[in-house]
Design a protein around this ligand. Sequence first.
Ligand SMILES: [Zn+2]
Ligand SMILES: [Zn+2]
Length: 86
Amino acid sequence: MPNLNHYKKKRHLVWREKVLKKAGGLCEECRRYGRLDADGLPVRATVAHHKKPIDEYPELAYAVSNGQALCAMCHNRKHPEKGRKH
Ligand SMILES: [Zn+2]
Ligand SMILES: [Zn+2]
């Protein structure tokens, strides 16, 4: 299990902000597939996901290039049986 405190650390929050900002605050997966929210607007991202899992690649924990901005729904799909690990 990754260190749960990781997500409360300031450094993580800064990384998350950069990842979301890089994606323009929108979900990268929904944008790729042209999905819209209930109001017909682009789906906002709420989660910064690690493309390469940080328990295997701890050195990429704060690499913006390893971050992907996702909405909660798309993020859940990225972790089918692993629970809510980022
Ligand atoms: Zn999405
Ligand atoms: Zn994730």
